[in-house]
Design a protein around this ligand. Structure first.
Ligand SMILES: [Zn+2]
Length: 341
């Protein structure tokens, strides 16, 4: 069989899941048609990308009652928009691991939801149940800028941030993690300060995940995870989803640009696999939120990532684990904790 046909068949047989894609807001071009977005459903079909997590991303704002109110309303509106624009065709909203699995066996697209920035919870912990009810499978504790739950890896002096605010998690942050465990919401520690991240790992009853981040040893960026953090995630059965953000993948060239490619992503995958084991590593794009590298500029090019992993010597089973199997294991674990198992 020609190599290209073998690759196409492997890619088609793999349950491909991108664990972090932002949606444009407030204008959201309908992803059911062809759009300027990196990820819409026609591009996913073209690229053989079978499942995607669309994140309701909230920029950090003031930690005030008004700020919390606005962020909470926006998060809910975004989740509802993701749901509304997934309707039709052979798409399915997937809030549980079993809902994602269907896309392996038959043609169709699984649409997962998430909230990026616990800021939108405000001081109302019941919002977590609302989001879970709307289908969210994870909540990213912070974005850039400290919030009421935790310190961020990147403080925002423009919002009055000192280097630390809580020294890790706040009491409300700890309560939020306990509630997320109860609801089956995964705790995403992307963007979170190391102090808070290590606390979350110790506290959470279900495995914590990093849905879009890279390895600090290969690229010294505050958003990346150092070896101690990688080890901690693996120690609780979690997963690190290497992401396609050029600034996280490699140092800038002399002209200040980051010319990252799928090969750079595979370098980070290789590194994490060697350090913590293949079962703790995965893949995400951060498309429409700053992600995109040579060879994976949008969802239509997803085959190139499978090709690169194959070139690196991963076998079909391992490629399936990297694309979705490991993340789905974490979803199952979170569902088990929520069910009291
Ligand atoms: Zn992000």
């Amino acid at each position: 069989m020609p190599e290209t046909q073998k690759l196409a068949e492997l890619h088609a047989a793999t349950l491909t899941l991108d664990t972090h894609v932002d949606i444009p807001w407030p204008e959201t071009p309908d992803p059911r048609g062809e759009t300027s977005r990196c990820v819409d459903y026609p591009k996913m079909t073209k690229g053989g990308l079978k499942a995607v997590v669309f994140a309701a991303y909230l920029p950090q704002g003031p930690r005030t009652a008004e700020g919390y109110q606005a962020a909470g309303a926006r998060a809910e509106a975004m989740l509802r928009t993701i749901r509304d624009t997934a309707a039709g065709g052979d798409r399915r909203i997937a809030s549980r691991s079993t809902d994602v699995e269907f896309a392996r066996a038959q043609p169709g697209t699984a649409v997962l939801l998430a909230v990026e920035n616990g800021y939108a919870m405000g001081e109302d912990i019941s919002r977590l149940a609302l989001w879970r009810g709307l289908g969210a499978c994870y909540v990213t504790l912070t974005h850039n800028g400290h919030n009421q739950l935790a310190d961020s890896a990147i403080p925002l002096p423009g919002l009055g941030d000192a280097p630390t605010l809580h020294g890790g998690l706040s009491p409300l942050g700890r309560a939020a993690i306990a509630e997320m465990n109860k609801l089956g919401l995964l705790v995403d520690i992307s963007h979170v300060a190391k102090s808070a991240m290590m606390e979350a790992v110790a506290l959470s009853q279900s495995p914590v995940v990093a849905t879009h981040t890279c390895c600090r040893t290969l690229r010294d960026h505050p958003r990346n995870l150092d070896d101690e953090q990688l080890d901690a995630i693996a120690s609780v059965g979690g997963v690190v989803q290497v992401t396609a953000v050029p600034a996280f993948l490699r140092n800038a060239d002399a002209d200040g640009r980051h010319r990252a490619s799928v090969a750079d992503m595979a370098d980070h995958v290789d590194y994490a696999v060697k350090r913590i084991g293949l079962e703790h590593v995965g893949i995400s794009s951060d498309f429409d939120g700053g992600g995109g590298v040579e060879g994976w500029r949008d969802a239509s090019e997803s085959l190139n990532l499978t090709a690169e992993l194959l070139r690196r010597g991963y076998d079909p089973l391992q490629i399936g684990q990297l694309w979705s199997g490991n993340f789905l294991r974490c979803m199952r674990a979170a569902e088990g904790v929520a069910a009291g198992g």
